[in-house]
Ligand binder design. Structure first.
Ligand code: PLP
Length: 449
């Protein structure tokens, strides 16, 4: 069947995520993928696309990775799903053991969910409820960073500060305190990333000084605010945030949903600051990008606060597919790959190759900055580099680059006017070279049009 047919059938029945469907009805590209292998996606006409965004930041070791595929197939013949209340299964037990062994110290219990937003909901509810169970009824507020992104359900969206996603639903949601982001791109002229982090920490200190006793938790995306446009900050901020939270009895929630599992160079981003959060959310890469799964890791102190002979002091939260055995088997296979191969070491080589491929873009007039943390590289597009003036009509150039990329066989889905690479870890040197060349061409096309 040809692509036109699939497109028509799709648009007759599907409502796509995070999409103004009118754009497709007006002719925006809609590509139906038949198969994936390594970094490549292939459509029904045999056209191939290099998946530079790891299929929304989920994929680690390439599409249809055979070891993970085999682990899922084998688990499916054994046990596909079982209720996780009153019952358990070995993949969930082993995965929890391994996650805790790998996570920053101090985390001792794993609560499973099935998507990132749900893991954030779990963390928010757990934090509030743990304080409550200890008799601290005042702590009903959360603090999040400006430009944060924590998901789409009402609680996770409430602690999200991206107006395009949040503003419409604002009347429905709790109102957290948004504090200045340590984002180094927002540094004043002459200010270093560390200066910016220190200034943001000062602002957090002032808010906690006033509202510390009403605050349940501070939620942070450690090192990279991905949805905000791969905005990066100094680990210094995480250390200062940890100290300030401790001083005020506030939980620190690390949302590692996008940055976990090696994306920033360490297995978890928090490691680069040498801190441990009270609650840590993981999802996206956890199954190597095969199946939906999420986990919220908690400290022993938080867990203990729920132990009681009263039912209403328990954490009465559940999702139907909590800890699904197939997803746990995929996650175990993915962690086995981390053990079998020196993934983080190999990624250091790949990150250096990405840096080399990205370097020529820094010379282009509309590229305000090329920034990188491990396996994430971002190109901030601006009207004027010297004073970081944003482009007029936000997102227009991003869209043009997206289309130019697709025409050249690379999936470069922009975040507004930020173009980024977040490829699967199996990307080869040649593929990195190709990615660099196509990105450069796409940038030139967009800005000469
Ligand atoms: C993607 C993401 C989420 C939400 O995860 P979903 O599985 O899409 O619900 C939350 N936090 C961060 C930092 C994310 O990148």
């Amino acid at each position: 069947m040809n692509r036109k047919t699939w497109r028509d059938r799709d648009l007759a029945v599907l409502w796509h995520p995070c999409t103004q469907m009118q754009e497709h009805l007006d002719g925006a590209p809609l590509i139906t993928i038949r198969r994936g292998q390594g970094v490549w996606l292939e459509d029904y006409e045999g056209r191939r696309y290099l998946d530079a965004v790891s299929s929304w930041w989920t994929n680690l070791f390439g599409h249809a990775e055979p070891r993970i595929a085999a682990a899922i197939a084998s688990q499916a013949q054994q046990l596909e799903q079982v209720i996780l209340a009153g019952f358990s299964h070995v993949p969930a037990i082993e995965l929890a053991e391994q996650l805790l062994a790998l996570a920053p110290s101090g985390l001792s219990k794993v609560f499973f969910a099935d998507n990132g937003s749900a893991a954030v909901e779990v963390a928010l509810k757990m934090s509030y409820h743990a304080h409550l169970n200890r008799g601290d009824t005042q702590r009903t507020r959360f603090i999040a960073l400006q430009n944060s992104y924590h998901g789409e359900t009402l609680g996770a969206l409430a602690v999200t500060d991206i107006p395009l996603y949040r503003r419409t639903y604002a009347p429905l949601m709790m109102q957290p305190g948004f504090v200045p982001s340590p984002d180094a791109w927002l540094a004043e002229p002459g200010e270093s990333a560390e200066d910016r982090a220190e200034r943001a920490a000062q602002a957090l200190a002032e808010v906690l000084q006033r509202q510390g006793e009403q605050t349940a938790a501070l939620i942070i995306e450690p090192l990279v605010q991905c949805a905000a446009g791969m905005r990066m900050h100094s680990p210094l901020y995480l250390r200062r945030a940890r100290e300030l939270c401790d001083r005020h009895g506030v939980h620190l929630i690390a949302d590692e949903i996008a940055v976990g599992f090696g994306r920033t160079g360490s297995l978890f981003a928090c490691e680069q600051a040498g801190i441990s959060p009270d609650l840590m959310c993981v999802s996206k890469g956890i199954t190597g990008g095969f199946l939906p799964l999420a986990a919220t890791l908690a400290t022993e102190a938080i867990y203990q606060a729920f132990l009681s002979d009263r039912r209403d002091r328990a954490f009465l939260h559940s999702h139907s597919y909590t800890g699904n055995p197939l997803a746990c088997a995929a996650a175990l296979a993915s962690l086995q790959i981390f053990r079998d191969q020196d993934v983080l070491g190999a990624n250091r080589q790949r990150a250096a190759a990405l840096a080399r491929a990205a370097a020529p873009m820094a010379e282009l007039p509309k590229v305000g900055e090329v920034r990188q943390r491990g396996m994430i590289v971002a190109f901030e597009l601006v009207a004027d580099r010297a004073n970081k003036t944003p482009l007029p009509t936000v997102g227009r150039y991003g869209q043009q680059i997206y289309r130019a990329g697709l025409e050249r066989g690379v999936l470069l889905r922009p975040l507004g006017d930020v173009i980024y690479w977040m490829p699967p870890y199996c990307i080869s040197e040649d593929e990195i070279g190709h990615l660099g060349k196509v990105t450069q061409d796409a940038l030139r096309v967009a800005f000469s049009a």
